[in-house]
Design a protein around this ligand. Structure first.
Ligand code: MG
Ligand code: MG
Ligand code: MG
Length: 306
C-alpha cells in the first residue's frame, strides 16, 4: 500500500520539497512513497520546482483510507481532512509538536531547526542514502525560504551547515542570487486577488478553543502592497468572519527586517498587549518580527492562555 507524503495546507516551499525529498529517500530504500501537496504550489515553489527540473507533486486533501507521512507540520488544522480515517505512519517536522496522535508507533523526527529540509538532510545521512542533486537543490531552496536567507531567528548553525553541503551536491554557487529570485517570485502581488495573497502562506491554529489564523506575506519592501492595503484588510476581515476569533496578516519587510501586522480580532487589545504595540489604524509595525513560528505563535499562545 502506497504511503502519501504531504506537508501542510497552503503549501510553502518546505512543505512541497520535504514531501518530495522524503518520498525519494523511502523510494531509494525500496518503499512505495508518493509526494503530495494540499494545494497548488505558490509562485516561489513553482519557480523552485522549475529551476531544479522536478515535477509538481499530485494533490491530496483527504486522508480517508490512506497511509500518510506528514512533513513540516503536526497540527490537525493544517493536516489533510479526515486524518483520523487514515493512518499516520511518519512525522518529520521542525515546529512545535501539534495535536496529531496515532494508535501505533511511528517514525517521528522533529528538530528545533529552521527547516524540514535540514531535518531531512540528517535522515539521509543517517540512512546512508545519496542525495539526488535536483532534490538537494529543492532542499537548499526550502532552507533559504524558511530561514529568510538566514535572517530569521529560527535559523540555526545546523541550517547553515546543511546549506553549505547541499550547495555542493546541487551545484548552486550563489545562494543569495537564488534567494533573490525566490523573493521576487513570492512577493509578486500585481494582479493577485487579496484573498489569494492572504492564503499564500496561511495557517490556522487552535488557541485554547479559539480559532486563530495567521498569514504572512514576505516582501522586498512594504510599499509593494501600498495600493492594496484596503483590499488586504477586507480579505482579513472576510477570513475572520469564517468563525475565527482573530486573523493576523504579517506584511514582512525582508530588507528592513520587521513586520507590519494587520489585525482583525474580537479582542484587539489582547493582541496589542501580547505584542506590546499599539494599532495605528488596522496594523502595527513590529521591528525585528520575521518569523510566525518563533515570534508570533508562541506569543499568541501565551496571550490566549494555552
Ligand atoms: Mg512550512
Ligand atoms: Mg518549514
Ligand atoms: Mg515560511
Amino acid at each position: 500500500m502506497s504511503v502519501y507524503v504531504v506537508g501542510h495546507k497552503s503549501p510553502d516551499t518546505d512543505s512541497v520539497t520535504a514531501a518530495i525529498a522524503y518520498a525519494e529517500l523511502m523510494k531509494a530504500k525500496g518503499e512505495d512513497y508518493i509526494p503530495c501537496m494540499q494545494g497548488e504550489p505558490n509562485p516561489e515553489t513553482a519557480l523552485v520546482l522549475e529551476r531544479f527540473g522536478v515535477a509538481t507533486p499530485e494533490l491530496l486533501t483527504d486522508a480517508t483510507d490512506k497511509k500518510i507521512a506528514l512533513v513540516d507540520h503536526s497540527d490537525l488544522n493544517q493536516a489533510p481532512d479526515n486524518l483520523a480515517k487514515g493512518e499516520v505512519v511518519a512525522i518529520i517536522d521542525h515546529h512545535k509538536v501539534g495535536d496529531v496522535t496515532t494508535n501505533s508507533p511511528i517514525f517521528f523526527c522533529a528538530m528545533p531547526v529552521g527547516c524540514t529540509g535540514t531535518v531531512l538532510k540528517g535522515i539521509y545521512d543517517q540512512e546512508g542514502v545519496a542525495l539526488d542533486p535536483k532534490v538537494a537543490g529543492l532542499m537548499l531552496a526550502a532552507i533559504l525560504s524558511d530561514t529568510v536567507n538566514f535572517k530569521s531567528p529560527t535559523c540555526t548553525d545546523a541550517d547553515k551547515k546543511v546549506v553549505a553541503e547541499l550547495k555542493e551536491i546541487a551545484g548552486v554557487d550563489d545562494t543569495d542570487a537564488l534567494f533573490m529570485d525566490m523573493l521576487k517570485a513570492k512577493s509578486a502581488v500585481a494582479g493577485v486577488p487579496a484573498m489569494d495573497l492572504l492564503h499564500r502562506d496561511y495557517k490556522d491554529f487552535d488557541m485554547n478553543g479559539k480559532k486563530v489564523g495567521v498569514g504572512q506575506l514576505e516582501l522586498a519592501a512594504l510599499d509593494q502592497v501600498a495600493d492594496m492595503r484596503d483590499d488586504l484588510y477586507k480579505a482579513v476581515q472576510e477570513q475572520k468572519a469564517g468563525g475565527r476569533h482573530t486573523v493576523l496578516l504579517m506584511l514582512t519587510d525582508v530588507v528592513k527586517e520587521g513586520t507590519d501586522l494587520v489585525v482583525v480580532s474580537d479582542d484587539p487589545a489582547l493582541i496589542e498587549g501580547a505584542f506590546g504595540a499599539k494599532l495605528d489604524g488596522n496594523s502595527m509595525w513590529i521591528d525585528g518580527m520575521m518569523s510566525r513560528k518563533k515570534q508570533v505563535v508562541p506569543i499568541l499562545q501565551k496571550a490566549f492562555g494555552c
